[in-house]
Design a protein around this ligand. Structure first.
Ligand code: S3P
Length: 439
């Protein structure tokens, strides 16, 4: 049986110094997918060497793509071209990674071979109908369990998909990206309209690989008329990993940190906007464009935070950062209210319930609602909380230690390795009194 990992955080301290957090997870996944389908050789720098992105990498190796690395975040992908993938000899195991499964379901639906996608317990409980329903409208044949979950048995349609005009019922970059990848193998145009802006890395990177995509307001259009040409990729640091320290430095008095080379794509910066509305002191320095993505160094100093009603339009732009934003709310003066965030219930865990339960154990007045949470800021106590195998829950409760009045123990932290294995080194180097133990 896999070893369990427990985090123990001693209370107090501040964060000081500089850090470069690892590469962006969303961009890392897409670099493997598009690099594999390109004509030519793609070099990637800054690739996230963590379990989720490595699951995507392994899946493409299983489909015959030669990929060298990763070594110090560098990869060389020998692209096989849009029609060059080979039938995998076994089910593709995607671990904890929703992005891998949802994007691959679209990409594989139009291939000349069949495939099976599987995942761990959490991924096997997550909703897949949001991708299999629109894919079925395109002519895809995908079998799920009765509940609409993985494993996904995909019967490749060998280029026989048909483009659709799809209005997404929820704001999801994974659904949008899935359909755009399927649209590369469909007859006619595939048009996807989103109800609110979501991360646009797929669109940007397709263009970076010279594949035609059209964007008109909330609608993105793609056709099968195009090829991908290899393009070098420099992956910025993941703002979703930086977020733990944006909050940590904001809430811990005496903190002053710089986070270097962070991706600040405007579809990802909701966490900065929300923290600033709460009174955080975050400066964006040295803004530049690296490989088609905006990047900057973020300078954060501690500041007294106040509770707010989080604007709903910021929710999809900060969707992965709410676990740690709830910790910020617990340290703020007054009430913070989140609404319109029911998507949080179907992430790696039910992030509304799991965070409300853990915060209550720590003595915080946190009330879950169907689509969000109401938190009264105040004191954080001590106690033992469950991460439910969710990486971002584990790291969020670690950050709470900076303002706790006693020790916090966090159980079931193995999955921090899915997105941020270096957390256990970078966080203590900045000043968090964190210890990780294998049991
Ligand atoms: C992701 C999209 C988001 C996010 C996930 C990564 C992506 O999911 O939560 O961590 O890379 O496209 P949804 O699009 O389902 O909200």
């Amino acid at each position: 049986m896999a070893k369990t990992i427990t985090f123990t955080v001693q209370p107090g301290g501040s964060l000081n110094g500089q850090a470069r957090v690892p590469g962006d997870k969303s961009i890392s996944h897409r670099s493997i997918m598009l690099g594999s389908l390109a004509d030519g050789v793609t070099h990637v720098k800054g690739f996230l060497e963590a379990e989720d992105a490595l699951a995507t990498l392994q899946a493409f190796k299983d489909m015959g793509v030669v990929i060298e690395g990763p070594k110090n975040g560098e990869l060389t992908i020998h692209g096989v071209g849009k029609h060059g993938l080979k039938a995998p000899q076994k089910p593709l195991y995607l671990g904890n990674s929703g992005t891998s499964m949802r994007l691959l379901s679209g990409l594989l639906a139009g291939q000349a071979f069949d495939s099976i996608l599987t995942g761990d317990k959490s991924l096997s409980g997550r909703p897949m109908k949001r991708v299999t329903d629109p894919l079925a409208q395109m002519g895809a044949v995908i079998e799920t369990t009765e509940k609409g979950t993985a494993p996904l048995h995909i019967k490749g349609q060998d280029g026989k998909l048909k483009g659709i005009d799809y209005q997404m019922p929820m704001a999801s970059a994974q659904v949008k990206s899935c359909l755009l990848l399927a649209g590369m193998y469909a007859e006619g145009a595939t048009r996807v309209t989103e109800p609110a802006p979501t991360r646009d890395h797929t669109e940007r990177m397709l263009s970076g690989f010279s594949y035609p995509v059209e964007k008109e307001g909330a609608k993105v259009t793609i056709t099968a008329e195009g090829r991908l040409t290899a393009a070098d990729i420099d992956v910025p640091s993941d703002i979703s990993s930086a977020a733990f320290f944006l909050v940590g430095a904001s809430i811990a008095p005496g903190s002053d940190i710089v986070l270097n080379h962070v991706g600040i794509n405007p579809t990802r910066t909701g966490v900065i906007d929300i923290l600033r509305l709460m009174g955080a002191n975050i400066e964006i320095l040295n803004e530049r464009i690296v490989g088609g993505e905006p990047v900057a160094d973020l300078h954060v100093k501690s500041a007294p935070l106040k509770g707010i009603d989080i604007p709903e339009e910021l929710v999809p732009l900060a969707i992965d950062e709410f676990p740690v934003l709830f910790v910020a709310a617990a340290c703020a003066e007054g009430q913070t209210r989140l609404t319109g965030a029911e998507e949080l219930r179907v992430k790696e865990s039910d992030r509304i319930q799991v965070m409300a339960d853990g915060l209550q154990i720590l003595g915080v007045d946190a009330q879950s609602t169907p689509d969000g949470m109401i938190i009264q800021g105040g004191k954080i106590g001590s106690g033992s909380v469950e991460s439910h195998g969710d990486h971002r829950i584990a790291m969020a409760f670690s950050i709470a230690g900076l303002r706790a009045d006693g020790k916090i123990v966090i159980n079931d932290c193995e999955n921090v390795n899915t997105s941020f294995p270096e957390f256990i080194e970078i966080a203590p180097a900045l000043g968090l009194k964190l210890q990780s133990e294998q049991g």
